[in-house]
Design a protein around this ligand. Structure first.
Ligand SMILES: [Zn+2]
Length: 65
């Protein structure tokens, strides 16, 4: 199972996507920080046994990566 979400950084206001992928370890849930890939600010956390991956999201008329 995984969850996908778009976050807006509380520090820099840029958007990023958060994907939580199951690492395959049963149990052992831990609180993982969600860090902005743009500026590194912490944007909350999730309790998960998976791996949190953040990706920059370009919105509007900005450059595409
Ligand atoms: Zn940020």
């Amino acid at each position: 199972m995984f969850n996908d979400g778009i976050y807006k950084c509380i520090a820099c206001g840029k958007c990023f996507s958060v994907t939580i992928s199951n690492a395959g370890y049963p149990g052992g849930k831990e609180r993982e920080s969600i860090n902005c890939p743009w500026c590194g600010a912490e944007n909350g956390s999730e309790v998960t046994s998976g791996i949190i991956t953040t990706r920059k999201v370009i919105t509007g008329n900005g450059d595409n990566q």
